[in-house]
Design a protein around this ligand. Structure first.
Ligand code: F6P
Length: 327
């Protein structure tokens, strides 16, 4: 018997990311143009458990492509991690007659999606949405490019005051366990150094940071510190430096959640639009438990299990570029 998907559910989960709205828009419009109904689920898995569901038309996603955040709201749900929570989610899926679920989020969201798919045999497609870019199987996640540009612009501004006052600025950057945002923003903003979890020890990176950043001809410098590279983040690094070099006039800026906001870049809008359409195409191609991603400019289907299991590597040439260019 032919199995036809008549109704899809879509939700955003985990940390929001600019471009999530563009992805929702693409999913809704691609689904409707393929004669599917769309049930929008609010507040991620929490809303799925609580049946916070509304049918969407194409008009419901008008005028959102340029907006940051997610119109569906997002949440991190502890309860969904439990079998009882997922049972409640499945009850809603049955009640709402949802045949397949599209989850826009990061690897925590995909882990939950995969468990739900395994336990209740429901087709699930993941769309990578996180500023961290830490998902294996896609060159870029939705929101990463926008966050990178935001960080770069902030560092450019800090450079102005840092140079005027001849200070050392430590800028703390998000990324969860990954250093993609930190390293690439450091290259883009011409920072003197970056401290990331993937490379060397923090002590070694710190030494290099001080050595590179405070040469005789450079009285100011900027070092980007990944939030979890060292316990205590940039503040902890500052303590060490202040003790050894009080003359540096060290200042700390924690960029925090402003890195998650803002209107998505053209790159993120296009990526989100392509991946949203690809998620519907994947369902038409009878794919299940996959993530749609982008590799070398092409849309690909990646098993959700691989996207979760494997670790995406920092490119060595980028790390080397930062060292070479920051002399
Ligand atoms: O995963 C996105 C992210 O912004 C990480 O970079 C950061 O570590 C985390 O979320 C912060 O989470 P919350 O918004 O729950 O504080």
């Amino acid at each position: 018997m032919e199995y036809k998907i008549k109704t899809i559910g879509v939700l955003t989960s985990g940390g929001d990311a600019p471009g999530m709205n563009a992805a929702i828009r693409a999913v809704v419009r691609a689904a409707i143009s393929n004669d599917m109904k769309v049930k929008a689920i609010y507040r991620g898995y929490k809303g799925l458990m609580d049946d916070e569901v509304q049918e969407f038309t194409t008009q419901d996603v008008s005028g959102i492509i340029q907006r940051g955040g997610t119109i569906l709201k997002s949440a991190r749900s502890e309860e969904f991690r439990t079998p009882e929570g997922r049972k409640r989610a499945y009850d809603t899926i049955q009640k709402e007659q949802i045949d397949a679920l599209i989850v826009i989020g990061g690897d925590g969201s995909f882990t939950g999606a995969r468990l739900l798919a395994q336990e209740y045999n429901i087709p699930v497609i993941g769309i990578p949405g996180t500023i961290d870019n830490d998902l294996w199987g896609t060159d870029s996640t939705i929101g990463y490019d926008t966050a990178l540009n935001t960080i770069m612009e902030c560092v450019d501004k800090l450079r102005d005051t840092g140079t005027s006052h001849e200070r050392l600025f430590l800028v703390e950057v998000m990324g969860r366990d990954a250093g993609f945002l930190t390293l690439n923003a450091a290259i883009a903003a011409g920072a003197e150094a970056a401290i990331i979890p993937e490379k060397a020890t923090v002590a070694e990176q710190l030494e290099a940071a001080i050595g590179h950043g405070r040469r005789k001809h450079k009285n100011s410098s900027i070092v980007l510190v990944q939030e979890h590279a060292i316990e205590g983040g940039a503040q902890a690094v500052a303590k060490v430096i202040e003790k050894e070099h009080p003359e540096y006039g060290t200042r700390v800026t924690i960029l925090g959640h402003l890195q998650r906001g803002g209107s998505p870049t053209a790159f993120d809008r296009i990526l989100a639009s392509r991946l949203g359409c690809a998620a519907i195409q994947a369902l038409l191609d009878e794919q299940r438990s996959i993530m749609v991603g982008l590799q070398n400019g092409e849309v690909v289907y990646v098993p959700l299990s691989n996207a979760i299991k494997y670790k995406k590597n920092i490119k060595d040439d980028k790390w080397q570029a930062l060292q070479v260019l920051s002399i």
